[in-house]
Design a protein around this ligand. Structure first.
Ligand code: HDE
Length: 708
C-alpha cells in the first residue's frame, strides 16, 4: 500500500480483511463482486479514485476492443511500463495558488460525486493559470489563450478540471493537436517568435483548418490579453457527463465566472506591459492574495439531457462549439476562493500534474474526440516531464481528501515504504492473518457510463461537426462595437505580420463565411482586395446573438481589485494625496505612490512621503488609473522627463481615468491629453476620480487611435 500506516491501524485493517471480497471468483466480468468495500480498504487509482473492477479492462462490448478512455487500465500499465525509465523535460509558463471550493447547490439526482452533492463542503483546491504558446521564461502578456486548471482534492480522489479561459478550442480531433502546437510555437528553423501567434506558420495552419475559425474569433478578442488572472473566466471546454446513483447520465459543461468580472487590457498596453513587467500577471495574483484580497469565482454548470443535446443545431461532442447561455442558462453551484500563495514555486506550481482523467465517481467523460485524446496525453506528458511514474506521490499531486492505495510498486523516486508481501491482487494472505491490501469497490468505485458503441471502427469526422462558421458568426455579431473593432484590429495586426500573401488571402476567404463586414474591414486594414469566399463544408446559418459573450458592459464598475498609481513630486499637496488614497482604498483599490526617486518626496508642509515605485520603473501601464499630484516646480522638472510624459500619454491612450491637480496641467498638455469625463480635476473630494477609475473610458478610444 502506498500510504504509511501506524502499527495499530495496520493490524486493525488486516483483521477486518480476514474475509476478502474476491473469494467469489475472478474473470467473470466483475458481476460476482457485489459487496461494497469500506473506504480505507478499497483499491484506488494513484489519485485516490476508488476502482470498481480490477479484473477487466473497459471494452466496447464484452468481446470488443479495449477503449482508450480506460484510465484505470492505462494508469496501471503505464506505471508498470515506466517503473525503470525516468525522463524529464521543460514545462510552460504559469503560476498558481491554493484555495477552497465550497458547494452551494447540490447536483444530487444528476451526480453521485460528493464534491457536487455535499452542500457546504469545503474542498481544498490548487489552481494553475498559464499561457499556452510561450516557454517557461516568456512574458505574461502575449496575446494568448490562458489555461485555468483546477485540482480539487476531493474525498473520492482528485478531480482535475483542466480548462481554458475560452469555451471552445481550435480543433475537433486530438490527432491535430501536435500540428496546431507546432504551428503556433516558434518556427522550427529560426526559433522565433516566442509566445506569439502573429507569424506565418500559425496562420498557415489556421487558414487550412476552417474548424479553427470560431476559436480564432475568441483568440483575436480582448479575452486573450487579460488584465489579471483574477479577472478571467474559466471553461471546462469539453463536454463531460454526470452520473447519478443509478448510473443515469446527463451532459455537463463547466464554467468559472470571476466575481470581479472578465476584464482585459488594451493591446498597446499589453505590449508595453511585456517590457515593463514580464511577470505582470503572476505578480498581480501573488500580491492580491498576499494582501488578503482573495480572488473569487462562481462555479456554474450547464446540464443537458441527451434529448436536449440532440435538439441543438450543433454537436455537443464538438469542442469548437459552445452552448449559448441564453439557450441553456448557467446554474451557479459553488464558489472558488484563492487564499494562499504557494510556499515553493518549483515544488508546487512546477510539479503540479493535471490529468483530465482525474475524476471522482459521478463525473465522467463524453465521446468528444478532443477529450478522448486528452485522456491519454496528460498522463503520458507527466511521465516524461516529472520523470517518474510516482509523480502522484509529490505532495502537490497527492490525493489529500482520501487514501490512495493499490498494488503498483517501485519505480524511480518511490517515496512510500510499503510493508508486507501483498503486492498483487487477488490474494488470500488475509486468511493467514497478513495484510492482504485494498479491495475493489463495485458500489462506491468509479464506473463509466455505459454508452452504446457497437459501430464499425472508422477514421472519420462526424457530419454533425461540419459547420465551422455559424458560431464564429454568432460570436462576432454578439460583440459590442468596441469589441468588434478590437477583434478586427487584432486580425489586421496578426495578418500584417504574416509574410506569405497566399496565407493572408486564405484567411480572408474564410472570414467571408463568418461575416462580410468583418472580412472587408480586415481586408481594408491590410490594404488588400477581398478574395472569393472559401467553400464551406456546411452552409453557415444565423444564430441568435448571445450578449453573454461580451466583456464590455458586463463587468461591474468597481475599484475592487484595481491598482491606482499616484504620481507625486517634491512640494506636492499632501492633503490631495491623502484624499485620493483614502477614497480609493475605501472603495477596495490598492494604491501605490510613484515618485521621481524611490526615497520619496518632501511634501508642501515639509513632511516626508515614502514612494512605493520609482517613476522610470513604474509606467502607467501597470496601473488601472492614475492621479497626478505635483507642485509647480515638480511639474516643470517632469516636463523634461520622457517617462513622465509617457506615463500620462499612455494612461490617456489606454483609456484610464486621470486625476490631476492644477499644477499638473502643463504635463497633461505636453502629453496631448484632451479634456473628457475621464480627466478629472482633483479637489477636496476624490469622488469623481474614483467613479471614473472604476472602469475604462471607452468613449475616448476613437480619439486616440484609428479603429479598424
Ligand atoms: Fe492541454 N495539454 N491538450 N488542453 N492543457 C497540456 O499537459 C493536450 C487542451 C490545458 O497548468 C499538457 O501537463 C492535448 C484543451 C491546460 O499544468 C499536454 C489536447 C484544453 C494545461 C496537453 C489538449 C487544454 C494543458 C502539457 C488536444 C482546455 C496546463 C503539460 C487533444 C480544456 C495544465 C501538461 C497545467 C497542458 C495535451 C487540448 C487545457 C501535452 C493532446 C482543449 C490548462 O499533456
Amino acid at each position: 500500500m502506498a500510504r504509511a500506516q501506524t502499527p495499530a491501524s495496520r493490524s486493525k485493517a488486516a483483521a477486518s480483511r480476514a474475509k476478502p471480497s474476491v473469494a467469489a471468483g475472478v474473470g467473470d466480468g466483475g458481476e460476482l463482486h457485489q459487496s461494497a468495500s469500506a473506504p480505507d480498504q478499497r483499491i484506488t487509482t494513484n489519485h485516490g479514485v476508488p476502482i470498481s473492477d480490477n479484473q477487466n479492462s473497459l471494452k466496447a462490448g464484452r468481446r470488443g476492443p479495449s477503449l482508450l478512455e480506460d484510465f484505470v487500465l492505462r494508469e496501471k500499465i503505464q506505471h508498470f511500463d515506466h517503473e525503470r525509465i525516468p525522463e524529464r523535460i521543460v514545462h510552460a509558463r504559469g503560476n498558481a495558488a491554493h484555495g477552497v471550493f465550497e458547494l452551494t447547490e447540490s447536483l444530487a439526482g444528476f451526480s453521485r460525486a460528493k464534491v457536487l452533492t455535499e452542500v457546504g463542503e469545503q474542498t481544498e483546491v490548487f489552481v494553475r493559470f498559464s499561457t499556452v504558446a510561450g516557454g517557461a521564461g516568456s512574458v505574461d502578456t502575449p496575446r494568448d489563450v490562458r489555461g485555468f486548471a483546477v485540482k480539487f482534492y476531493t474525498k473520492e480522489g482528485n478531480w482535475d478540471l483542466v480548462g481554458n479561459n475560452i469555451p471552445v478550442f481550435f480543433i475537433q480531433d486530438a490527432i491535430k493537436f501536435p500540428d496546431l502546437v507546432h504551428a503556433v510555437k516558434m518556427e522550427a528553423d529560426r526559433g522565433y517568435p516566442q509566445a506569439a501567434s502573429a507569424h506565418d506558420t500559425f496562420w498557415d495552419f489556421i487558414g487550412l483548418m476552417p474548424e479553427s475559425t470560431h476559436m480564432v474569433m475568441w483568440q483575436m478578442s480582448d479575452r486573450t490579453i487579460p488584465r489579471s488572472y483574477r479577472m478571467v473566466e474559466g471553461f471546462g471546454v469539453n463536454t463531460f457527463r454526470l452520473l447519478n446513483d443509478d448510473d443515469e447520465a446527463v451532459f455537463v459543461k463547466f464554467h468559472w465566472r470571476p466575481r470581479l468580472g472578465t476584464q482585459s487590457t488594451c493591446w498597446d498596453e499589453a505590449v508595453k506591459i511585456a517590457g515593463a513587467d514580464a511577470d505582470y500577471l503572476r505578480r498581480d495574483l501573488y500580491d492580491a492574495i498576499d494582501k488578503g484580497d482573495f480572488p473569487e469565482w462562481d462555479f456554474a454548470v450547464q446540464i443537458l439531457t441527451q434529448e436536449e443535446a440532440d435538439a441543438l443545431p450543433f454537436d455537443i461532442l464538438d469542442a469548437t462549439k459552445l452552448i449559448p447561455e441564453e439557450l441553456h442558462p448557467l446554474r451557479v453551484i459553488g464558489k472558488l476562493t484563492l487564499n494562499r500563495n504557494p510556499d515553493n514555486f518549483f515544488a508546487e506550481t512546477e510539479q503540479v500534474a493535471f490529468l483530465p482523467t482525474n475524476m471522482p465517481p459521478g463525473i465522467d467523460v463524453s465521446e468528444d474526440p478532443l477529450l478522448q485524446g486528452r485522456l491519454f496525453s496528460y498522463q503520458d506528458t507527466q511521465l516524461s516531464r516529472l520523470g517518474t511514474v510516482n509523480f502522484h506521490q509529490i505532495p502537490i499531486n497527492q490525493a489529500k481528501g482520501c487514501p490512495f492505495q493499490n498494488f503498483q510498486r517501485d519505480g524511480q523516486m518511490q517515496m512510500a515504504v510499503p510493508r508486507g508481501r501483498a503486492n498483487y491482487e487477488p490474494n488470500s494472505l488475509a486468511e493467514a492473518g497478513e495484510d492482504g491490501g485494498p479491495r475493489e469497490d463495485p458500489v462506491g468505485g468509479f464506473r463509466s457510463f455505459q454508452a452504446p458503441v457497437e459501430q464499425a471502427k472508422v477514421r472519420l469526422r462526424a457530419e454533425t461537426f461540419a459547420d465551422h462558421f455559424s458560431q464564429a458568426r454568432m460570436f462576432f455579431r454578439s460583440q459590442t462595437e468596441i469589441e468588434q473593432a478590437h477583434l478586427v484590429g487584432a486580425l489586421v495586426f496578426e495578418l500584417s505580420k504574416v509574410t506569405l500573401e497566399h496565407v493572408r488571402l486564405r484567411v480572408l476567404a474564410n472570414l467571408r463565411n463568418v461575416d462580410e463586414t468583418l472580412a472587408s474591414r480586415v481586408a481594408d486594414g491590410l490594404g488588400m482586395a477581398l478574395p472569393a469566399a472559401s467553400a464551406p463544408a456546411s452552409k453557415p446559418f444565423d444564430m441568435e446573438e448571445s450578449p453573454a459573450l461580451r466583456i464590455v458592459g458586463k463587468y461591474p464598475d468597481t475599484l475592487k481589485g484595481r491598482l491606482i498609481g499616484i504620481l507625486v513630486t517634491d512640494g506636492a499637496d499632501g492633503a490631495v494625496v491623502a484624499s485620493v488614497r483614502t477614497s480609493s482604498e475605501a472603495a477596495g483599490a490598492q494604491v501605490q505612490i510613484i515618485a521621481p526617486k524611490i526615497g520619496g518626496v518632501t511634501l508642501r508642509d515639509g513632511s516626508k512621503l515614502k514612494a512605493d515605485r520609482q517613476l522610470q520603473g513604474a509606467p502607467s501601464v501597470l496601473f488601472d488609473a492614475v492621479a497626478l499630484v505635483l507642485s509647480d516646480a515638480g511639474c516643470e522638472l517632469l516636463l523634461g522627463e520622457g517617462a513622465a510624459v509617457d506615463f500620462v500619454k499612455d494612461a490617456f491612450g489606454h483609456l484610464k481615468a486621470i486625476g490631476h491637480n492644477p499644477a499638473a496641467q502643463r504635463l497633461l498638455d505636453k502629453a496631448g491629453v484632451e479634456p473628457d469625463p475621464g480627466v478629472i480635476a482633483l479637489g477636496k473630494s476624490s469622488k469623481g476620480f474614483c467613479a471614473a477609475a472604476a472602469t475604462r473610458q471607452w468613449n475616448r478610444e476613437s480619439k486616440v487611435r484609428i479603429l479598424a
